[in-house]
Design a protein. Structure first.
Length: 150
C-alpha cells in the first residue's frame, strides 16, 4: 500500500504492520490506523508513529527506557484487557516527544505512554494515575543524569 506522507513523501507500507488504535489518540480520536517508522538516522532512539488515516499526521516517539532506564508502566487491568495483552514480551512502550525550537528542551510524555500489543497490532495511549511521571519530562536532563553530568 502506498502512503503519501508529509515528512517522508510517498512510502510503501505493509498493511500487516498497521496498528489499530480503536479509541484513537487523545486529541485525534478519529485517527485510528498508524504504522511505526524507524528513524533515518542510524542509532537514533527516535521513531515515527505515522498515521495511515491522515497521512499528514505523524508523531515523534521514543522508547522511554532509552533515556530513563528505570521507567515502569503501571496500568489498570482494564487497559490490559482492552489491548488483549497475554504476553508482556509482545508489548512495545513509547512516549510521544515534543521538540521545540530549542532542541535541548525536548520532552517526552511519560505520564501517558503508548502501549502497543504486537500480537494483535492494537494500541492505546494510557494515562497512568499513579507515579511521579510527567506529561513534559525533559529528555536531555535524563540523559545528563545517565552520563553522570548533573
Amino acid at each position: 500500500m502506498q502512503l503519501n506522507t508529509r515528512h517522508f513523501g510517498t512510502i510503501e507500507i505493509d498493511e500487516k504492520g498497521i496498528i489499530d488504535f480503536p479509541e484513537g489518540i487523545p486529541g485525534f480520536e478519529n485517527v485510528k490506523k498508524f504504522i511505526l517508522l524507524g528513524s533515518q538516522d542510524e542509532g537514533s532512539p527516535f521513531q515515527w508513529l505515522q498515521s495511515v488515516d491522515k497521512p499528514e499526521l505523524a508523531f515523534i516517539i521514543i522508547e522511554p527506557k532509552a533515556f530513563k532506564p528505570d521507567y515502569v508502566v503501571d496500568v489498570e487491568d482494564k487497559e490490559v484487557e482492552i489491548l488483549d495483552i497475554k504476553d508482556t514480551n509482545q508489548v512495545l512502550i513509547y512516549s510521544i516527544v515534543v521538540i521545540p525550537d530549542d532542541v535541548s528542551k525536548m520532552t517526552a510524555n511519560l505520564k501517558a505512554p503508548l502501549i502497543i500489543n504486537t500480537e494483535n497490532n492494537r494500541g492505546k495511549q494510557v494515562t497512568m494515575e499513579q507515579g511521579e511521571y510527567q506529561v513534559r519530562h525533559y529528555i536531555m536532563d535524563e540523559l545528563r543524569k545517565l552520563g553522570g553530568h548533573e
